[in-house]
Design a protein around this ligand. Structure first.
Ligand SMILES: N[C@@H](CCC(=O)N[C@@H](CS)C(=O)NCC(=O)O)C(=O)O
Length: 217
C-alpha cells in the first residue's frame, strides 16, 4: 500500500482528509496515533515536527505530507480520481481555496478553541477567548448563510476541497454553537454534506468515538 494516513479517529481535521480519500476510493492504510502514548507521539513528531494529525506518508513517492489542505491538494495532483478537489482553472481554484481557508480558519479553528476550553482545568478556563471565538463564528455563519442561499456546495455546483473542509467544521460547530434554527441555508448545507456518501462513511466510522467529545461543563 503506497499511502498511509496517520490519524486519530474522532479528529475533525482527519475527517476532512478521509472525506477526500473516500470520495475517490483511494486505497490507503490508516494508522491511528495515540498522543497520550510517549512512543506514538514521538513517532508523529518525527514525521511532522508540529505534532498534529493528519499526516500522509506516500511510500511510492517517498513523500511526507502534513496539513489537511495540502494533503488533499497532493491527492488531486498524484492520485486524481472522479472528484477533482481543486479545479484546474485558476479563478475557480481561488474561489475553492478561499472557502477552504474560510471554513478552516473562521469556523473550524474557533470550534477547537471552544472545545479546547472544555478540556482545561477549572482554574485555567478562558471565557473571554471562548466568547471571542463564538462571536467570530457568528460572523462566519452570516457570510456562509448568504452564500449557501444559492449554492449546492461551498464553491458552487461541484463538490471540492472546500466541502471537505466545511463538513467537519460545520458538524462540530453545530454542537458548540448550534445554527439549525437561525441559519437555515447553512443547516440545509450541513444536511447535504452528511448525506454525501464519503462523509456519511466518515461519520459512521467515527460514531464509536463520539463519546470522547468533551461536553460543556
Ligand atoms: N492545520 C492543521 C490542523 C490539524 C489539527 O488541528 N489537528 C488536531 C486534531 S483535529 C490535532 O492534531 N490535535 C492534537 C494536538 O494539537 O496536540 C490541518 O489542517 O491539518
Amino acid at each position: 500500500m503506497s499511502l498511509t494516513l496517520y490519524l486519530h479517529p474522532p479528529s475533525s481535521y482527519c475527517h476532512k482528509v478521509l472525506i477526500a480519500l473516500y470520495e475517490n476510493d483511494t486505497p490507503f492504510e490508516a494508522v491511528s496515533v495515540n498522543l497520550g502514548d510517549e512512543a506514538e507521539r514521538a513517532a508523529l513528531l518525527k514525521l511532522w515536527g508540529i505534532g498534529k494529525f493528519p499526516v500522509l506518508r506516500d511510500n511510492a513517492r517517498d513523500e511526507i505530507v502534513p496539513e489537511s489542505t495540502v494533503i488533499i491538494d497532493y491527492l488531486d495532483q498524484h492520485y486524481l480520481g472522479g472528484t477533482r478537489f481543486v479545479p484546474e482553472d485558476g479563478d475557480s481554484a481561488r474561489q475553492v481555496r478561499l472557502r477552504d481557508r474560510f471554513y478552516d480558519l473562521h469556523i473550524h479553528n474557533h470550534v477547537q478553541k471552544v472545545v479546547g476550553n472544555r478540556l482545561r482545568p477549572a482554574d485555567k478556563k478562558d471565557p473571554h477567548g471562548v466568547e471571542d471565538a463564538k462571536t467570530r463564528m457568528r460572523a462566519a455563519y452570516d457570510i456562509a448563510e448568504r452564500e449557501m442561499a444559492s449554492r449546492r456546495w461551498a464553491a458552487g455546483d461541484a463538490f471540492t476541497l472546500a466541502d471537505c473542509a466545511a463538513a467537519p467544521a460545520l458538524f462540530y460547530a453545530s454542537n458548540v454553537l448550534p445554527f439549525a434554527e437561525t441559519y437555515p441555508n447553512l443547516a440545509a448545507y450541513l444536511e447535504r454534506l452528511k448525506a454525501r456518501p464519503s462523509y456519511a462513511r466518515v461519520l459512521k466510522e467515527a460514531e464509536p468515538y463520539f463519546h470522547m467529545f468533551p461536553k460543556e461543563t
